[in-house]
Design a protein around this ligand. Sequence first.
Ligand code: 6PG
Length: 285
Amino acid sequence: MKKKTKKISKPKAAKPVRTPKRTKAPQARKTATRSKTLLFVPEIKVHATPEILVEETAHLFMQTSRNAVLERGRFVVALSGGSTPKGLFQHLSEEPYLSLVPWEKTWFFWVDERHVPLTDTTSNYRMTLENLLSKVPVPKEQVFPATDGSLPVEKAATAYEIKLRKFFGGAGLPQFDLALMGMGDDGHTASLFPRVEQLNESEKWVVGYFVDPEKKERVSLTFPILNQARLTVVLIEGIKKADRLKDVLEGSSEPPRYPIQYLRPAQGRLIFAMDAAAASKLKKK
Ligand code: 6PG
């Protein structure tokens, strides 16, 4: 975050620009489109290497950001943490993306957060600051950490929900232009873990609770909010995820056991973007 704070003027239509032509990444495959009845039907994109996965996802992030600014004058993104997105964030902080993404018109939220101080080594905010936000010109008032660990976790969730309601305003549910998700080894996504009651939350936008398997408190957007996103990209890399990914994509539909199967965008697209190692156990690629 280099630029001093700037008064945010009424968004002017960004000038139409040509984004660099893309050669098709090897092994990128599209499959079924999303079903209308809100089933779990993701598009699967397999990329040969982690480097190509990062490059293609960075390009998609850039295209989505520019289209959002063209259409609505701003790009509103919700990020996940963990380790997978680090490489993507570093790539986005370098050219050509440093110049191509409209950072001044980008608003950052988090899909979820560990309920710790922002300086804690496990904080998703800290990881994003170190790998991306400290290197791109996002005005600091456009960055909304989910929690700083200072309140009781349920109050922290309520405080984050108030921030979201204030930002999105009006009636209806908030719509992120992009929700960047991950998948845990147990099939969780965001901080929505197997068989917890928070999987069925239908009123709150944000939940805060003690996650027993992790022995940690977490703050997380709920599925009704996640599923409003215009584009949801699940970024999955490495052989360690291959078995679980096969269960999730080609096994039985058991969302309480594999919460990521609750990702069912109401209108948006759901893309599972992975490298060949993560996809290595899949039959349909
Ligand atoms: C978090 C994340 C979480 C993550 C998965 C995958 O706070 O940990 O938001 O949902 O995306 O656990 O984590 P890795 O990328 O570290 O495998």
